[in-house]
Design a protein around this ligand. Structure first.
Ligand code: DON
Length: 309
């Protein structure tokens, strides 16, 4: 499917792009530092198959934390709500995405929500399968179905780079293993999690996934219910309360749509019953969200009255 370039969107992208100079590329995963920080692109995908885009739309980027929404959906489909939320909480945190602080102070020790790294690691632990490879293939098959793109896979170099340097995530795993939140070998979980975060696609693919969530889990083309509607609802609710980390409150006021960001600069938006949005802009603000992407969504929300509040 081809996306139609849209001149009005192109103008907004050009304006928002000026923000890129005030941000910084994530370099704590060394391979991410190779991205071009001036880039910005956007795609909108509607349930009738219409798609509008602006910017470097063919560029691939890794999902990073955006993958947390999709692994959550799969874990909920694998185990049900009760099992999942017995082990991972549902409350936002005012802390950065990789913080270990609340794991220790929260009693009994359980990650506060599935969007912070600790919670996401606990969720990835729940993905069913006989081996890391089997679990990865299940997640990939699910994401290929959501995006309608059968060729989606993960970026080996970026996964490897995070596996070699992700010692903070490793420490979150060890802490949770000590407290019985996870019980598999830490290196196996790290292997699966880093591959999950390195799943790669372009804005069109991601906007289509946002659209499936917007349509309560139904495929916009075939109508197939890929995600049960109540799980799609849970995912969108977490996107509102925790999707932009400790900037989620401000984002709800300024933009007002369920959205999830990743440190590669991606943002997936999902406007209930309307459309999916995807943005990629690798220059980040100090909370790990795409700085120009935030500006662009703010302008789009104002111009097209996107806020659901
Ligand atoms: O675990 C990590 O640190 C990365 N793989 C993902 C973090 C991330 O995307 C946070 N988002 N803004």
């Amino acid at each position: 499917m081809q996306c139609q370039s849209n001149t009005e969107l192109e103008a907004l992208v050009e304006e928002a792009k000026q923000q890129t100079q005030h941000g910084k590329i994530a370099d704590y995963i060394p391979a991410l530092a190779l991205a071009d920080e001036d880039k910005l692109s956007v795609a909108l995908y509607y349930p009738d198959g219409r798609c509008y885009s602006a910017g470097d739309i063919d560029e691939n980027f890794t999902l990073q934390s955006i993958s947390k929404v999709l692994s959550l959906a799969l874990a909920l489909m694998d185990h049900g709500e009760e099992y999942v939320f017995d082990r991972v909480g549902q409350e936002p945190t005012g802390d950065p995405f990789n913080s270990i602080a609340k794991l220790e102070t929260n009693k009994p020790s359980k990650p506060l929500n599935p969007m912070i790294n600790a919670g996401a690691l606990a969720i990835t632990h729940m993905i069913k399968g006989d081996s890391v490879e089997d679990r990865l293939q299940r997640l990939l098959a699910f994401i290929r179905k959501l995006s309608g793109n059968k060729s989606i896979t993960y970026n080996h170099m970026i996964a490897q780079s995070e596996l070699e340097t992700g010692h903070l995530n490793r420490s979150l795993c060890y802490f949770m293993k000590q407290h019985g939140v996870i019980n598999e070998p830490v290196e196996e979980l790290m292997d699966l999690y880093t591959k999950q975060c390195a799943i790669e696609m372009n804005c069109l693919d991601l906007a289509r996934i946002g659209c499936v969530l917007a349509m309560d889990g139904a495929d916009p083309v075939s109508g197939e219910q890929i995600i049960p509607w109540d799980i799609a609802r849970i995912c969108k609710t977490f996107m509102v309360t925790c999707g932009m980390y400790n900037a989620s409150g401000e984002f709800a006021i300024k933009v007002g749509i369920p959205a999830k960001s990743g440190v590669a600069g991606g943002i997936m938006g999902s406007i209930p019953k309307k459309c999916g949005i995807a943005i990629c802009g690798p220059s980040l603000d100090d909370k790990g969200n795409s700085i120009a992407g935030l500006k662009l969504l703010e302008m789009m929300s104002k111009n097209y009255s996107l806020s659901m509040f």
